[in-house]
Design a binder for this molecule. Structure first.
Ligand code: FAD
Length: 254
């Protein structure tokens, strides 16, 4: 059970196979999977920030602006412009937060690579995580995204996402050969007819949060706050809870 199910399942979520991640994270993940379905937004992950932003007054969000530094009461943008604010909330990833704020220690990261294929038909026909329970190979799991959300395929073919844990240094050609060979063992020679779409390497996929301590929502110094997944569980839930708690603390201060 541990080797064939829990290790590949949790390893694919924690992005490490040794299972050294905090047991608190394990309890959080277990609860999330027990309480609801694994899902993706029909219109893609961008639908989540779009929905949050839709509740804000027009013009409140400026996109494509990099903050170069916190300066005086506000921030200096990469363009040189200074934006004044009573409170500044640094809601970047942990590495960027550490560059902007000397109080923050840059996190270590877990990496992942996702390889996308298109196939004439789904090899599983259900929205299920197909885990590698063999204890061998580099593939952690695959999911047929178009079985989970049919809108993820523009042409009725199956969109297959294959996930690997850790840094993948091979070229795309080497990676394709390795992934096809491994998956052929699971699913047969059909995999050789799948169309390779893309490999996406994410070296900074999850900040390491061991031990897992939830940081309190209080200012680092006068008018400077920080939130994000590096302050809570390394997850969308953690990022959103951390952001909401900081926002509520600022509102409460009046
Ligand atoms: C492949 C993959 C799969 C995942 N799957 C899941 C999952 O199924 N469930 C789950 O809960 N979590 C998942 N995660 C983790 C989840 O995506 C992150 O924990 C979450 O997105 C972190 O949100 P955040 O707002 O803290 O940081 P981010 O999403 O990193 O957002 C920070 C933002 O700050 C911006 N920024 C950085 N520096 C600056 C600057 N100087 N000025 C202005 N802006 C700046 C960045 O451009 C970015 O938009 C996954 C992650 C990966 C990589």
């Amino acid at each position: 059970m541990i080797e064939r199910f829990l290790r590949p399942w949790l390893g694919g979520i924690f992005l490490e196979n040794e299972l050294t991640t905090s047991s608190r994270m394990m309890e959080f993940v277990f609860r999330m999977f027990a309480e609801g379905e694994a899902a993706v937004p029909a219109r893609g992950m961008q639908a989540i920030p779009d929905q949050l932003a839709a509740g804000l007054p027009a013009g409140a969000v400026r996109l494509g602006e990099r903050v170069a530094a916190l300066e005086g009461h506000g921030v200096r943008l990469a363009s040189g412009e200074h934006v004044c604010a009573r409170d500044v909330v640094v809601a970047t990833d942990g590495a960027a937060a550490a560059r902007l704020l000397p109080e923050i220690v840059a996190p270590k990261w877990r990496a992942t690579t996702t390889v996308y294929f298109a196939a004439e038909r789904s090899p599983v026909n259900e929205g299920t995580l197909v885990l590698n329970g063999t204890g061998r190979g580099r593939v952690n799991h695959l999911a047929v995204m178009s079985d989970v959300a049919p809108t993820y395929s523009p042409d009725g073919r199956a969109l297959i996402a294959v996930s690997l844990v850790g840094d993948v240094r091979e070229s795309d050609a080497e990676l394709m050969a390795r992934v096809r060979a491994e998956l052929a063992e699971w699913l047969g020679a059909d995999v050789n007819h799948w169309q390779w779409l893309k490999a996406i390497r994410v070296p900074q996929a999850l900040p390491v949060r061991t031990p897992l301590v939830r940081e309190e929502a209080r200012p680092l110094r006068d008018g400077v706050w920080v939130c994000g997944d590096h302050r809570d569980t390394a997850s969308i839930q953690g990022a959103m809870r951390s952001g909401r708690e900081v926002a509520e603390a600022i509102i409460l201060r009046g």
